[in-house]
Design a protein around this ligand. Structure first.
Ligand code: GLA
Length: 351
């Protein structure tokens, strides 16, 4: 049984999917393939990370936990998972903020479900993958990445309401504009604890406000938070949710300059209020802005990873070449540019 699942790009709505916000991602044409076959022992093999042999479905504190976490969640649902040989390969890079972990988890969940005829529906695959990441890997993530990897559709962004766990399809109505991704070369690690810390801070701020959801918080409520750090975190959440709803309208009506402006605002907020950017990604966004690029911002969990760019392809290429030079002089590191297109969600090979 071979299944593949895509990475994702989040246009806007960053660090709000665990705060009942709206997010606007799409699945991309970079994927991870997972092959599962029955065996007499457990073994996980990845083209990039080598082989891990496993006696039973328990945490290993290695990359294999993304897979074992999924098998564990499937067992938690009352199914018995027999020994399996699992092979992984793909063209979706890790550590770039393109959500390779969610692609791996969702592909594994779907492949195992198909092989063992468990009939898990799409929502169950999302839930298993999210729980695997939270319980085995230890990142208290939201649902955006796994949801997009499963429900993504070619030519469409998903406006996901993370409170209701539903989505509206928004056509990627972009004319000559494209999305590209610049890899800063700074590997981010969400499990480092900063991600979970942000989540805890936003929850604390919500408690101070006496509300149960950020959807009930108004901009003016924020003044009631005394602690300056918590105030910044909550401000980001409120503004980012508002920006995302607006961005979906601009995408629908093809207003790329207005969309681009929102990307810059989002970056500013992620950098100054949510503090999940870094010197390198700030430099990239600043350079792009000063050189007339329509929109850019850090994407994904942050602390490194990639910057999303919105503009026409030729202009992106030209500005990137100038930036590459400046960046390597300053940070002694190489930038990589990746053009991405939308794609469909998790699927069986041959479908
Ligand atoms: C990671 C998490 C997502 C989301 C983003 C930030 O990718 O897995 O759930 O919180 O960070 O928007």
């Amino acid at each position: 049984m071979i299944v593949s699942s895509p990475g994702r790009i989040n246009i806007i709505g960053e660090h709000v999917d665990y705060n009942d916000g709206f997010v606007l991602p799409f699945a991309i044409n970079k994927r991870i393939w997972v092959e599962v076959v029955r065996s007499s022992f457990f073994e996980v093999n990845s083209e990039a990370y080598g082989t891990v042999k496993i006696k039973s479905i328990e945490k290993t504190s290695t990359w294999a936990d993304y897979i074992l976490g999924v098998l564990n969640e499937i067992e938690q649902r009352g199914f018995k998972v027999p020994p399996l040989k699992i092979k992984i390969w793909g063209d979706l890079p890790s550590g770039m903020g393109l959500s390779s972990s969610a692609a791996l988890e969702t592909a594994t969940a779907f492949a195992v479900s198909e092989l063992l005829s468990l009939n898990l529906d799409k929502s169950a695959v999302v839930e298993i993958a999210v729980r695997a990441e939270r319980n085995f890997v230890g990142v208290q993530c939201g649902i955006m990445d796994q949801y997009t990897a499963v429900f993504g559709e070619k030519g469409q962004a998903l406006l996901i309401d993370t409170m209701k766990i539903t989505h509206e399809l928004i056509p990627l109505n972009m004319g000559n504009y494209i999305f590209a991704v610049v890899d800063s070369g700074v590997k981010h690690s969400l499990a480092s604890g900063e991600y979970n810390k942000r989540r805890a801070e936003t929850q604390e701020a919500l408690k101070i406000l006496g509300k149960s959801s950020y959807r009930d918080v108004k901009r003016t409520d924020i003044d009631r938070i005394q602690d300056p750090v918590l105030k910044k975190r909550a401000s980001h959440v409120i503004d980012e949710i508002e920006r995302t709803v607006k961005a979906a309208d601009y995408l629908k009506s093809g207003e790329m300059s207005l969309l681009g402006e929102l990307l810059y605002k989002s970056h500013e907020s992620l950098s100054k209020l949510y503090e999940v950017s870094c010197e390198e990604t700030d430099f990239i966004v600043e350079f792009l802005r000063n050189n007339g690029i329509t929109g850019a911002r850090i994407i994904g969990g942050g602390f490194g990873g990639s910057v999303l760019i919105l503009d026409e392809k030729e202009r992106v290429k030209r500005v990137f070449e100038e930036m590459k030079q400046k960046y390597s002089n300053r940070f002694r590191a190489q930038l990589k540019l990746l053009f991405v297109e939308s794609s469909s969600g998790v699927r069986k090979e041959g479908d």
